[in-house]
Design a protein around this ligand. Structure first.
Ligand code: SAM
Length: 480
C-alpha cells in the first residue's frame, strides 16, 4: 500500500522526481513517464535517463522541478558509452531515436560539466520541444495503456454528475478494464485518505469499490493503482460480479450510493444490487468466500439510508433493452437513456498574411526560440517580419467545430433505487413532523396571507431592532 499522496488528487505546482508526468508530444500523442533523478550515466547517456521522441531527446533532468505545463526544449544528448558500445547502422533503432535531427554527440563524459547529481548538464538542441503536463484523469484517459475499450471524458464527466459521485461518496464500479473511469471517479469521491481515527470521528471517506474478472487486467490495474497512490481510494477485487456480486471482505456491504456498470451483460449483475433478496436469486458461489443461497441474512451492497443512483454503459441497443427490463423488474425508477454525441471545437488565432508564411495558429517554433531569433509567429525564414508586442494576440480568433460528430461510443442508462421506507420510518417521521401541527407556514399561496406573513416578519425584525437599541442604551448608561 502506498503512503504518499496521489498526483491525481493533490498536485503540487512543479514536477518532481519519482512521480508520474505526461509528456505532450502533439495533440493526440501523449506519453506517460515516471520522472527520475539519476546520479551518473544511465543506459549509456551521460545526462542520465533520457526520453527519445520524434521531436528530439529529453533528459529527465530538464523536466524535473519545472512548473506543470512548461515547454521543454530538446537536448543534444551525450551518448557516452552508449555511442562507444557499438557502431550504428543507418536506420537502426538508436538512429530513429533522433529523427528530429537533434544533435546526438559522442563525447567524453568526464570532460563535460556535471551537475550536483553527477549527470551531465543538458545542452539545448537547435530544434524540437514538448510540454510536460500533470497527470489528471482527463489526460490519463488519453494516454493510458489500453487494455480494453475505455470510457472517455465526455461520457464520464456526465455519468459522474448524474450518479452524484461527490466527495465522501461510495461508488461501485464493474468492470475496471483499463482504469479510465476508476481514475475519474476516484478524484470525484476523494475527501482525504483514510485515517486511523475516522471511525471515532464518524468521518466517511469517499471510495471506489471496483471489480474486474480478467486476471491479467486485474493485476496490471492493481499495480497501476499502487504506482499512482490510489490504492487506498480504489479498492479493486478480482471477481466475476455476475456470479459473486459486490460484497467486500467476505460478506461485508460497501454501503454504496452510486453504481457504474461497464459490463457486457449488466442485467446479470443487477440482481446483486438489490435491497432485498430478489425472486429467483441463485446465490453466490463458494469461490467468493461468501455465504451461499439460503444461508444467513441477505446482505445488500447498497447504502440502506440513501437512494442509489446507477449508470449502465452499453454499446448496443439490445443490451439497453435487456438492462431496462431487468431494472424495471428489480424496482429501479426514473429509468432513462442518454447518448453523448461529443463534438470538439478548436479555437485558434487565424494568422494569415505575407508575414505569416507557415503559421495558421500553430506553434512551429519553441516559445523561447533564441536560435532563430524571432520566436512564435516570426522566424527569419519568411523574410523581414514585423511582430506585435503580443504575437499570441495577432490574427482573428476563429472557432471551428469538427465537421462530423465522432462515431457512437455507448448508450448510458440511468436509474434510481429509492431507499426503502418502512412502517417504522413513517411513524418516526410523523412523530418528528406532525401534520396539522406546524408551528409556522412559510410561503402561503394566498396573497392576503402572504402579506400578513411579511408584516409579521417586519414586525419581528422591528421588535428585535428596538430591543437591541434599548439594550445598547442601557449598557451605555451603566458604563457612564
Ligand atoms: C469495457 S471494459 C471496462 C472499461 C473501463 N470502464 C474503463 O473506463 O477503462 C469491460 C471490463 O469488464 C470486465 N468484465 C466483464 N465481465 C465481467 C464480470 N462478470 N465481472 C467483472 N468484470 C467483468 C472485462 O474483463 C473488461 O475488462
Amino acid at each position: 500500500m502506498s503512503s504518499s499522496i496521489s498526483p491525481f488528487l493533490e498536485l503540487g505546482p512543479r514536477t518532481k522526481a519519482n512521480s508520474l508526468a505526461v509528456l505532450h508530444l502533439s495533440r493526440d500523442n501523449l506519453m506517460p513517464v515516471y520522472l527520475q533523478q539519476t546520479s551518473g550515466e544511465h543506459d549509456g547517456y551521460s545526462e542520465g535517463v533520457v526520453v527519445n521522441t520524434r521531436y528530439g531527446s529529453f533528459p529527465h533532468s530538464t523536466m524535473l522541478n519545472v512548473p506543470w505545463g512548461s515547454q521543454i526544449r530538446a537536448s543534444k544528448v551525450d551518448t557516452g558509452s552508449r555511442g562507444r558500445k557499438r557502431k550504428r547502422v543507418p536506420g537502426d533503432e538508436a538512429d530513429r531515436d533522433n529523427e528530429s535531427g537533434a544533435d546526438t554527440t559522442t563525447t567524453n563524459p568526464a570532460a563535460a560539466a556535471l551537475n550536483a547529481n553527477g549527470v551531465k548538464e543538458a545542452v539545448a538542441a537547435s530544434s524540437g520541444f514538448i510540454h510536460v503536463l500533470p497527470p489528471t484523469p482527463e489526460i490519463w484517459t488519453t494516454s493510458l495503456p489500453h487494455r480494453t475499450q475505455v470510457v472517455y471524458t465526455p461520457d464520464y464527466s456526465y455519468i459522474l454528475h448524474r450518479i452524484r459521485a461527490r466527495p465522501g461518496a461510495v461508488v461501485i464500479e464493474a468492470g475496471a478494464g483499463s482504469g479510465s473511469f476508476s481514475h475519474a471517479s476516484a478524484r470525484a469521491v476523494y475527501n482525504g485518505y483514510p485515517q486511523p481515527d475516522d471511525a471515532d470521528k464518524k468521518k466517511k471517506r469517499g471510495r471506489v469499490i471496483s471489480f474486474e474478472y480478467h486476471e491479467q487486467r486485474f493485476h496490471k490495474m492493481k499495480q497501476e493503482l499502487a504506482d499512482h497512490c490510489l490504492d487506498q481510494i480504489v479498492h479493486l477485487t478480482h471477481r466475476d460480479v455476475y456470479k459473486d456480486g459486490f460484497l467486500i471482505e467476505g460478506s461485508r456491504s460497501p454501503e454504496a450510493e452510486a453504481v457504474f456498470l461497464d459490463l457486457p451483460a449488466p442485467w446479470e449483475a443487477l440482481p446483486h444490487l438489490s435491497r432485498r433478496k430478489p425472486e429467483g436469486y441463485t446465490g453466490l458461489s463458494e469461490a467468493a468466500g461468501q455465504r451461499k443461497e439460503g444461508e444467513g441474512e441477505w446482505t445488500s451492497p447498497l447504502n440502506p439510508r440513501k437512494s442509489v443512483y446507477i449508470c449502465s454503459f452499453s454499446p448496443c441497443i439490445e443490451q439497453v433493452t435487456k438492462t431496462v427490463s431487468a431494472m424495471r423488474r428489480l424496482g429501479w425508477v426514473d429509468i432513462d437513456m442518454v447518448e453523448i454525441a461529443n463534438r470538439k471545437y478548436h479555437t485558434v488565432r487565424d494568422r494569415v498574411g505575407l508575414n505569416m508564411p507557415v503559421d495558421r495558429g500553430v506553434n512551429n517554433s519553441a516559445r523561447d526560440d533564441g536560435i532563430d531569433g524571432e520566436g512564435v509567429g516570426g522566424g527569419k525564414k519568411g523574410g523581414a517580419v514585423e511582430t506585435s508586442a503580443h504575437p499570441w494576440m495577432d490574427g482573428r480568433l476563429v472557432t471551428r467545430g469538427e465537421p462530423e460528430i465522432k462515431t457512437h461510443t455507448s448508450y448510458l442508462v440511468f436509474a434510481i433505487l429509492p431507499r426503502e421506507w418502512t412502517k417504522e420510518d413513517e411513524e418516526a417521521t410523523a412523530k418528528k413532523y406532525p401534520i396539522g401541527e406546524e408551528k409556522q407556514v412559510v410561503g402561503n399561496l394566498d396573497k392576503a396571507a402572504r402579506k400578513k406573513e411579511r408584516q409579521e416578519q417586519m414586525k419581528k425584525l422591528g421588535n428585535r431592532k428596538t430591543r437591541r437599541k434599548e439594550r445598547d442604551e442601557k449598557m451605555a448608561e451603566t458604563e457612564g
